[in-house]
Design a protein around this ligand. Structure first.
Ligand code: ACO
Length: 380
């Protein structure tokens, strides 16, 4: 390695990937990775999974308290009314759908939506942030319909967010089990501390850039296979393995080749992700309703084989994969679906950042060559 400059060696040892660094306080979610605990604003994820809805979780994240019945009804109506897009943004989707990946179209759509919102003071920002929650769902449904050559379906604000989205995407009524499965998915992925996409949104907001710039950063960050893109890769793996009988051999080969297995491992959790058992149970129910549990049983066999071979934990993306696929959602829409949930947390975090802002600006330790003499171009 090159010699280090004196100034740089005076800096503390960097934490690669900011591992273990506490960057700020939050009142949104609490994670205990050793014990496998996740809470939103003090409410355990198990209780929220059992009894709440996505709209109720959005209220919780925005207000830091559970809503009254009136507040929840108002929230449902506002998110429902926001499941529409400005006509200019629809034109953007018409240009891009089917030509780029849905996640890349979604990133452009979020950026474009910023053109149709005025800059407003902090106290007026929550309604604008909330609109994004509805608009992202509308955009994901429209991207898919158009690339399939189908007409977009208008929102019905009377329906719950999950059920209406599925109707807008698939063009059919869904069963209670299906609507509940997606609602559960949206609840469980809504917030998760300073995960990479939330953190990048907060970094952007920390410069006092506007809301849409921050959420565009978040969407871009979510797209990578080590973060939100892992669910898509996990499903591709389960389809490839194809049968529980093939799982042990496939996993052994993968581990021998020192390749990562998507849906396993986590920076924070040292035990199974507390969201995984809820997603697994819901996924099982969906596949049982479909009458063919082969892919679900394949995922269970992969999980067993991975755990027998390596001390890896199951993360949120693994059973998200079979849950979403069991809803007839194509794999390249998995990460956009993740964004559709996480936008609740992203926007709540961006509002929290604006509310008590300080520019986020860590140091880098320079380890390149020191004190070099400049050589003019004609002498090189
Ligand atoms: N498969 C195989 N080995 C793994 C996996 C995995 N999925 N995850 C971690 N490891 C191994 C690494 O090879 C490494 O082993 P080594 O020390 O022998 O080289 C060790 O575990 C530590 O891995 P790191 O990459 O240093 O851990 P880090 O905390 O940086 O990474 C991450 C966490 C990125 C999630 C990692 O576990 C991974 O790549 N998982 C697969 C992708 C995935 O599922 N991402 C979704 C995460 S949840 C989310 O973002 C919503």
């Amino acid at each position: 390695m090159a010699s280090r400059s004196e100034a740089s060696t005076a800096l503390p040892e960097p934490s690669k990937g900011l591992s273990g660094i506490v960057a700020a306080d939050t009142t949104l979610s609490f994670i205990d990775g050793e014990k496998g605990i996740l809470k939103y604003c003090g409410y355990g994820i198990d209780d929220l999974a059992a009894s709440s809805s996505f709209e109720e979780v959005v209220c919780l994240l925005y207000d830091r308290s559970l809503p009254s019945r009136e507040r929840l009804a108002g929230m449902r109506a506002r998110i429902g009314a926001a499941r529409v897009l400005p006509s200019e943004v629809k034109q953007v989707i018409e240009q891009l759908a089917g030509r780029t990946s849905p996640m890349s179209t979604l990133r452009t759509v979020v950026s474009a939506l910023g053109h149709y919102e005025s800059n407003v003071p902090l106290k007026e920002l929550p309604p604008k942030a909330l609109r994004l929650v509805g608009q992202i769902a509308a955009a994901v449904a429209m991207i898919h319909r158009l690339r399939e050559g189908q007409a977009p379906i208008e929102a019905n604000p009377e329906r719950g967010h999950a059920a209406d989205f599925l109707h807008m995407l698939l063009g059919r009524e869904v069963t209670e089990t299906q609507a509940r499965a997606l609602d559960l998915y949206l609840i469980l992925l809504a917030d998760h501390g300073f995960n990479a996409s939330t953190f990048s949104g907060r970094v952007t907001a920390g410069t006092l850039a506007n809301l849409h710039s921050a959420i565009t950063s978040s969407v871009g960050t979510l797209s990578g296979p080590l973060h939100g893109g892992a669910n898509e890769k996990a499903m591709e793996m389960i389809i490839k393995v194809g049968s529980p009988d093939n799982a042990a051999e496939w996993v052994a080969e993968r581990i021998a080749a020192k390749k990562r297995i998507m849906g396993f491992g986590h920076r924070v959790y040292k035990v199974d992700d507390p969201r995984a058992p809820h997603l697994k149970a819901s996924s099982r129910a969906l596949w049982e309703e479909r009458g063919d549990t082969t892919l679900f049983e394949t995922s269970v066999a992969i999980e067993q084989a991975v755990k027998a071979a390596k001390p890896l934990i199951t993360n949120v993306d693994f059973y998200s994969a079979t849950l979403l696929y069991g809803l007839d959602i194509p794999t390249d829409l998995f990460t956009p679906l993740f964004a559709m949930s996480r936008v609740a947390g992203w926007t709540a975090h961006v509002l929290e950042q604006y509310g008590d802002n300080r520019l986020i600006r860590p140091r880098a330790r320079y380890v390149g060559k020191a004190d070099r003499t400049y050589v003019p171009l004609k002498q090189r």
